[in-house]
Design a protein around this ligand. Sequence first.
Ligand code: PT1
Length: 286
Amino acid sequence: MTRQYLQCGRFGFDLARRPLVMGILNVTPDSFSDGGRHHALEFALEGAERMIRDGADIIDIGGESTRPGSPSVPVEEELRRVMPVIYALRELGVPLSIDTCKPAVMREAIIAGADMINDINGFRAPGALEAVRDSDCGLCVMHMQGTPQDMQAHPGYADVIGEVIAFLRERVNALTAAGIAGERVTIDPGFGFGKTVEHNYALLRSISKMQKELGLPVLAGLSRKSMIGAVTGRPVEQRLAGSLAGALAAVAQGARIVRVHDVAETVDALKVWQAATTNNEMTSEN
Ligand code: PT1
């Protein structure tokens, strides 16, 4: 059975009730309206408040872009980007997830009150397990082949589903061996991280199998990604409809959390999906 409870720092989620929406909050310079840090903070706060009004269950704060080809950011710079945002958002009543691979950022974020650590590197960096071990923050363990700099050069697998599941199993075992409770853990196939379009869709069709084999809730992130563009022929700013279909496909496979840019639209799509597939909670009044 897939674990249905997720401990997420100050918060706890019953994942059996409905799928959760994780809203993406990028705090990288290219996502600011101008270069100034003060404006960056205002921009982040406005973005987070809008996502919360729109129904986001978790806000995922990222200070280092991990899109294919993105350079890695020095730890001091990532801290300068992310820490003020955690302090500004931590009393908004919504769990804060920090998208980072760096143990030093994980530690500082947890001290500042972050509720979840989302690591595209699957807590493989030296010191990553130790950084999250003695807290109750939620964790997302993601699969990636290569690094963001080189991962799309030559993605290759003999058996993509088997290899991604084996990788996630090994990482979850490492977390468990470090003494980390399973109720803190989610797993993620890592769409677009060292995968061809065919690999990505094969993984999308295998979420249910992955969840059954590992017994842990799947978090799926495919919002606006090239796998949506490859099928629709659309540039990144025109991938909303494709991304909504991708989120629903993931949820149909049993994904418990979807990581998205377009929170309002995804929440609506999931409400209709819920009404169409279950008997309870048909209206917002009950
Ligand atoms: C993800 C994810 C993430 N994606 C989790 N965290 C990104 N847990 C950042 C493209 O192909 O899926 N899960 N953090 C963003 N990364 C990408 C990768 C963005 C590929 C775009 C592409 O277009």
